[in-house]
Design a protein around this ligand. Sequence first.
Ligand code: UDP
Length: 346
Amino acid sequence: MRCFITGGAGFIGSHLSEALLREGHEVSVLDDLSTGSMANLDAIRRHPRFTYRVDSFTNVPLVAEMVDDADVVYHLAAAVGVKMIVRSPVRTIETNVRGTEIVLAAAEKKSRPVVIASTSEVYGKSPDLPFREDGDLLLGATTKGRWSYACSKAIDEFLAHAYWKERELPTIIVRLFNTVGPRQTGRYGMVLPTFVRQAVRGEAITVYGDGNQRRCFAHVADVCGALVHLVRPEAYGEVFNIGSNEEVSILELAHRVRDRAGSESSIVTVPYAEAYEEGFEDMPRRVPCIEKIQRLLDFKLANKLDDIIDDVIAFERARGPEAPRRNVARRRPVPAVPLAAPSGSR
Ligand code: UDP
């Protein structure tokens, strides 16, 4: 199969490229390197079944050409990271909505199946845990930048469904939950690479809010394993949650990272208003129901949280030093807490 990946030089896109190549497919990538990087493609850049173009998805003729040369399209190019979203809402909305419009229109002309990467953010503040694909979405006020991301991704989903229902374009939507692993950068605010980097360097580990918010982290290799096998007629017109359902609090994550890195970093809390913006809303819990994807294919979470943390620590150590970053916020030390197993964790 010839697979075209937008955003293929990004964290998830580069792992997906590798996974598809391992399965014997051909891969072509389009990436403008705004958040992705050529270094992510180091292992495959010269692979005989791999090609890439550094350009924007706004280059419509190029997108049309690359869609034409493919059997299936994975649309991963999007604005990423809550910090980037809060700081650059115009770029977020335009990137997410325009990119999907262009890719779907090009795919329709050639009737190519399209996988649209959406996000668990679309569930917003919904209290209906675990989140099911047919559940209601609960977003906050439009004055709060965070929700622009969720809303722009929800528009992408509506558009994909519209193409399927009205124009019979095969589309598959995946809502990716917190996906982590080697190559993810903390630059756009993601928690695990940030904690690991801080721990490895002996800097204070910055827990936002009180740290009682809970997330489930899946290894990018497990997520890409599902993406590789997803494109099949039973999935057309459907939405799938993809992620782990093993919950951890962010404070516990900080302790686990520090312990596994053998670090002496302190763990500090940073108010949300300082970390993001005044009035920032975080969701206290985010847990996917993954029964639907498990009914479709053999979706396994081979990597447990400690394996993932170890992988990210090894990557960070191998990567070496980067330019020092500015401290972002006032910090309050957190007293060392003994770690009990979080209630509801699996
Ligand atoms: N977070 C944190 N410290 C950081 C970065 C993030 O405590 O340096 C928190 C963030 O506020 C959120 C959780 O970690 O509650 C996960 O953040 P991330 O941006 O990785 O993903 P999200 O689940 O918010 O999309």
